[in-house]
Structures are given as C-alpha cells and as structure tokens.
Design a protein around this ligand. Structure first.
Ligand code: FPP
Length: 241
C-alpha cells in the first residue's frame, strides 16, 4: 500500500446492530453485543495497519430516545466492555479517550471511564476515541459558549477567533481531522457526528451491518481510499503537480 497517502485517522459510525439482531431473530441487545465484540477485532486490525487514531460513534445524544430497555442495555454493555477490555487495551498500548457530554451518565460509569482514561493516558499506541452522548451540533454550541464567555470576560477579542480557537473549545478538541469515515449499515449520512473533523474527510458507506463488518472489508475500503485524490479544495494533484 502507498504509505504516503495511507489513512492515519479513521472514524467509524457503527450502524446496523439492531437490524442484524432482527434478521437473526435475536434480542436487540445481542446485536449491540456482537457489535461491541466486533469493535475489538477492528481495533486490533487498526493497530496492525498502523492507524494512529480511531474514533467510533458508540452512543449519540439522540440515542437516549430509544426504548428505555435498549438504552439501559447499551449502557450496561459499555460498562462491561470498559471493565473487561481495559486491561487488554492497555496491553495493546492503546490510549483511550471518551468524547462527549459525560455528565448524563451515572457516577459509577463516569468513574469507570475516568479510571480507563487514567490507566492508558501514558500509552503511545493507537488513540481510541469513543464518542458517547456525543452530538456535533451540541459540540459546536459548547465551543461557541466557552469562547463567548472568554470574550465577555475580556480575555479574548472577537478578532482573535479563528479555526484553532473554535477547535480548541470543542468537546471533541482531542479528536484530529479524520482522513476516512466509514459508515456501516447502508445509510448515507453523517448523523451529527464530528462535522468539524469531517470537513475534508473521505467518506465510505457500506451496506454491511456493523456486527458483520470484517477486517477484510476494512482493507478493501482502505484500498479504495488509496485510489482517491484528496485535494482539500486545491487543484488535482495527479494532473497539476
Ligand atoms: C447503531 O446500530 C449502534 C448503536 C446505536 C450503538 C453502538 C454500540 C455498540 C457497537 C456497542 C457498544 C459500544 C462500545 C464502545 C462497547 P443501530 O441500533 O442504530 O442499528 P440499526 O441501524 O439497525 O437500527
């Protein structure tokens, strides 16, 4: 593979767990369960592909509107995943970061998140951002509010506001610009995910439901990405370089 253009920052909208479970006549939660297991496989593959940062959408601000049993099931699954996988993640040199408004979660869960982040913060391998209770618009509003409060306190001038200031004040400030976004499950939309970091990303949509998404398909998508010409609004590099 061409290492120059190789995607370093990958993001995945892991969609299709529910439909996967329904197709197999299994309880909905088992779709999420297989989804969580599949995340482990994909994380390991990202490490071997030398991807530096993987950002996954695990729970959106809109997901609270699902039936209460499903929400509780997903939260329990996230808790079990964090507890059971953290040692494994640490041994894989992963730096885990939870991205989102975590204030809505129980103190038990937030303590687990904090402990997981603390344990892995000095690692130097794959940075794994797990977006939880995350919404792109809410992220943007929160950045505007913090900047505005700095302006009000006269700590900043309106003229100082630039891309860096907006980014630094995002809830997702630790997430880098994304090279490649993959959405499984067949829908072709961004669904309020990291739109600051997605401004120049390559997008790939696959019909595969998340629990069925394989490392082979990931490799095929990366091959497709390598054939693309990323211009960032400039002239075609192949023709004009
Ligand atoms: C989308 O599928 C998936 C979710 C809302 C939850 C994603 C959660 C996991 C993969 C498991 C837990 C995550 C971690 C980090 C342990 P959907 O239910 O919207 O599927 P559908 O499109 O078929 O309805």
């Amino acid at each position: 593979m061409n290492s120059k253009k190789y995607p370093k920052k990958l993001a995945i909208i892991m969609d299709g767990n529910r439909r996967w479970a329904l197709k197999k006549a299994l309880p909905i939660i088992s779709g999420h369960n297989y989804g969580a297991k599949n995340l482990n496989e994909i994380v390991s593959k990202c490490i071997s592909l030398e991807i530096s940062e993987l950002t996954v959408f695990a729970f959106s601000t809109e997901n609270w509107n699902r039936p209460v049993n499903e929400v509780n099931g997903i939260l329990k699954l996230i808790e079990i995943f964090m507890k059971s996988e953290i040692a494994n993640m640490n041994s894989q040199n992963i730096v885990l970061k939870l991205v989102g408004d975590l204030s809505n979660f129980s103190s038990k869960l937030t303590n687990i998140f904090k402990a997981a982040e603390e344990l892995t913060k000095e690692n130097s391998g794959l940075k794994l951002n797990v977006a939880l209770n995350y919404g792109g618009r809410q992220d943007f509003i929160s950045s505007v509010k913090s900047i505005f409060s700095e302006v009000k306190k006269c700590n900043k001038e309106i003229e100082d506001i630039d891309e860096n200031i907006i980014r630094d004040n995002l809830i997702s400030s630790s997430v880098s610009d994304i090279d490649l976004l993959i959405r499984t499950g067949g829908e072709k939309r961004i669904s309020n995910f990291m739109f600051w970091q997605l401004a120049y990303s390559e997008l790939f949509f696959t019909k595969t439901l998340w629990p069925d998404f394989t490392v082979n398909e990931l490799e095929e998508i990366i091959e497709d990405y390598l054939d693309r010409d990323r211009r960032f609004g400039k002239l075609m590099s192949k023709t004009y370089n």
